[in-house]
Design a protein around this ligand. Sequence first.
Ligand SMILES: C[S@@+](CC[C@H](N)C(=O)[O-])C[C@H]1O[C@@H](n2cnc3c(N)ncnc32)[C@H](O)[C@@H]1O
Length: 274
Amino acid sequence: MESQFDTAVSAYEHSMEEMPFREHVEAWSFLKAVGDVTGRSVLDLGCGSGLYTRRLRQEGAARVVGMDESAAMVEHSRRREEREGLGVEYLAADAADPAAGDLPGIAGSFDVVTAVYVLPYASSREALEGFCATARRALRATGGRFVAAVLNPEFSTDPQWYRGYGMLLSSQESPAEGTPGHLRAWVGSDVLDLDFFRWSAAAHEQALGAAGFDRFSWIRPSVSEEGRARYGEAFWANYLNCPHALIIDAHAGPGAVPDRRARPAEHNSAGPGE
Ligand SMILES: C[S@@+](CC[C@H](N)C(=O)[O-])C[C@H]1O[C@@H](n2cnc3c(N)ncnc32)[C@H](O)[C@@H]1O
């Protein structure tokens, strides 16, 4: 499938080194939220160039599968896997289609599903729910967790706010769900231009509830000790005051995967910033 990410392979591959916030805030906070993966099976939706799939495997996950709809991203990740032999599997599929969660080797197979910066590319509520349904279907019947880094619904549109971190985010001033937005990112010598969609906290929670997640919390990112020491407290101030992304840690208990047409399940939640 053609994707706006097909030409972004090299930028993503180098983004951890080129963008200090990715390593010292995002990876630090996200991997902490995912927790110990030793012996676990993990599905990484929208795995991109495989930054997190490789890392999760290196951290001891027994099985890691990366799923992405961009043929170029999957091809790149597979080529790296051929060279490095980490034992990560890659699959080209549209994770916004719940049928992806029913694929052989995916359905009911994972302890944890991850997704870093993937839900913001849901162009409709159906797609947002589709990502969550894929995650739920891929989890074991006994339940599991879906840990996702998503766009902070309250991200700053001040053009200078994330400039020091190599990003500029813009979107129309509209309370409407799924409002289009744009991200420009400077990654070394590459400039990335990506279109995304802005979803409220409630829309995320509703999509998770509809997919069968019954408990979730929102986590604000923090900075690693190394990041503080290397760049200084002042460097991180804007980002920590209003991060461009938040982490959702969603839990599903044992039980049947709900029909997508069913009403959203009752759920408990701790909203963003709580
Ligand atoms: C912003 S990139 C993040 C890549 C990777 N998770 C990372 O953190 O480096 C988003 C990725 O999600 C993928 N993606 C977007 N929509 C998707 C969909 N419907 N199904 C599968 N992958 C999707 C894109 O192809 C892209 O590789």
